[in-house]
Design a protein around this ligand. Sequence first.
Ligand code: 5GP
Length: 189
Amino acid sequence: MTAPGRARELFSAVELAGAVRRLGAAVSAAYPDGVVLAAVLAGSVWFAADLVRCVNVPCRIDFLAISPYTPGTGRVAIVKDLDHDIDGADVVLVEDIVDTGLTVSYLLGELGRRGPRRLDVCTLLDRRTRRIVPVEPAFVGFEVPEDFVVGYGLDYAGRYRNLDHLFTADLAALGEDPLCHAAQLYGTP
Ligand code: 5GP
């Protein structure tokens, strides 16, 4: 499904569901005794909610939120922390996309200091070409190219999270119309 000049489908809902099932099976196999999924608000919520239903070992889900980082400084901060202690726990940090790696490397440092027994990263999308900090997620849904991605939790200015597909879209097209919504991405009136 394409909307010429505006957006291009990257992965369909069916492809996403397949990747989530694969990741859920991989996490379950890697953590047979159970796992805490630590999901980063807000973008990874959609992915984490689907992932947790594909994990078939004892599982807890917790959430944290970070401030957006200022490009160039690489500085972020935790603005909503996990509700539970992770000392001695087996933890998988759940991200929507690892891009430069700055966010995940910051979070791995913060969570790592709390004494988890094991700490891995599960990301739906991995954009290795833009990496600044060397981060190797243990579980990856798809590698993606440089184009900006929206849908399935990933937003542009707070919009498009509700799309069940993933799209790559021209930033100018996304930004030009504050009322731009899913219908335009799908190319329907
Ligand atoms: P990093 O710190 O790895 O550069 O960036 C991670 C965060 O940047 C992601 O969690 C996400 O919020 C945002 N991000 C990076 N690339 C994209 C993208 O293509 N689309 C959207 N919507 N967000 C992105």
